[in-house]
Design a protein around this ligand. Sequence first.
Ligand code: CA2
Length: 148
Amino acid sequence: MSCSILILNGPNLNLLGTRQPEVYGPTTLADIEAMCNAKAQALGIDVVFAQSNHEGALVDMLHAARGVHAGIVLNAGAYTHTSVALMDAISSITVPVIELHLSNIHAREAFRQTSYIAPVAVGQICGFGAAGYPLAMDAILSYIGEAQ
Ligand code: CA2
């Protein structure tokens, strides 16, 4: 059976490329999805790309990943800095999660330097803009032993 990974995006990331390109870059989420699909095809793996502005919907998608996806790349957006619910959801599934951010959250406002995701993630990639997505795919595949 082919390996499948979930790439999950949180609030406001649907607006990427439309505002604040100096912070988040000019690339749209659709561009990033196409990049991830092309990489998955080249690697011979399956990828599901999703986005929601709703915390509970993100929790539901994390739960639904059990038994379906071998790993998850999660850009939880601003919920990174607030959501005990997402932290508990990651803790309650056995699917490994890589935390991802476009920007370097450690070089920004103090409130962005706290992550509820980091303590329950395998690791974190941030500060590389859209290029972080394929990097995070490599990271989760390496972690689960599917690196090619
Ligand atoms: O750097 C990241 O990837 C973030 O997860 C992006 C979140 C931010 O709250 C996190 O601290 C870091 C915000 C995403 C907002 O995306 C926008 C896209 C276009 C215009 C405005 C915001």
